[in-house]
Design a protein around this ligand. Sequence first.
Ligand code: FES
Ligand SMILES: [Fe+2]
Length: 423
Amino acid sequence: MTATAAPSISDLIARRKAGHSLEADFYTRPDIFQADLELIFGRHWIYVGVEPDVPEAGDVAVVDIGAASVLIVRDDDMRIRAFHNVCRHRGARLISTPKAVVGNLVCRYHAWTYSLDGKLIFADHMGEGFDPGCHGLKPVHLRSIAGLLFICLAEEPPKDIEALAEAMTPYLTLHDLPNTKIAKSVDLIERGNWKLTMENNRECYHCGANHPELTIPLFAYGFGFSPNTLDEGELEQAKRYEALVKDAHARWEAAGAPSREIEHLADRITGFRTERLPIDQSGQSQTMDTKVASKKLLGQINDPAMGGLSFWTQPNSWHHFMSDHIVTFSAIPLSPTETLVRTKWLVHKDAVEGVDYDLDNLTGVWEATNRQDADLVEITQAGVANPAYEPGPYSPYTEGLVEKFAEWYLARLAANLPEAVAA
Ligand code: FES
Ligand SMILES: [Fe+2]
């Protein structure tokens, strides 16, 4: 048997069948994984955390993306900054723990010391000609969108983050994320390629059969359905849902809460989508009984039944904003077959655990859903690595957003491939 050369990335992109899952190479090949890190995660706005990750001056959060490590730092003026986690002397990693509280950033190798705004303020024995001004920490681009932190590792980040900020700020500020606290943060490693994690996030075709907890508050119809295959009862429910969305949007928007869908998943470099969706039963929150999990509502909200504002960004995040809490997810590739899914549950900063909220009740739906999704990603990774796998068709009714993810990914990869950059 003679081994055939693996197809090039541009050939794979060119021969992709629209409306179908990707070829196995995209989920398994180490060189494509490396291209994903450099060209997708290295050149786009990546969601990495929230302002409450660093609530006080001197708080530091570390985010690793491939070989890059980034410090998210709250400085003495309460401004949040991002720096490469690399000492400007001989390169030692400055902070090795996921979180830290510091006065200054001190390298433990030879004690070079940086203030919280990245300036080198102490370096012993460096002689007369040494200019500390040329050896400050290297900054990383950072944008807070109503408290959600995005970084870009590229020198020139995509400019259309401005359009995202403009569109999303009115939707998000209502929930006052900067005045929340992290009630719980969970790191889950899914045993699958990061694109399988994202594709799984972009559809609810699998929800009915796999998410008994999530489908209590969530209407699966919100993600599309085929009218031809529904029986009369189901069709009735789907219609009821459509009417419910229309009414809810009108009511929420009249109350000053933007709710209507905005969709730019595949037509922007910084792709995103949002919509405020009704919640079933009491209409309040993504909990097992659909009622608010925290008594202290967020921001100026006084109606607990605000549904759930969902916000999705390319390439790596999704979020649910409710009246009482926010659940926020970032996906970071670890290897061709492993992805970190970091979930944070945020409540009002004055909410007291055990008094205003019960942690298990707050996190129950999404802890269960995350475990179920991790399992689905794992079986899909195993399947796509099987030589018998071939790309299969997406449902035109329920997997339109998966197709938009694939379209966005392939277009961004193509635009950043070395041959495209050189051309
Ligand atoms: S490597 Fe940081 S002080 Fe020397
Ligand atoms: Fe799921």
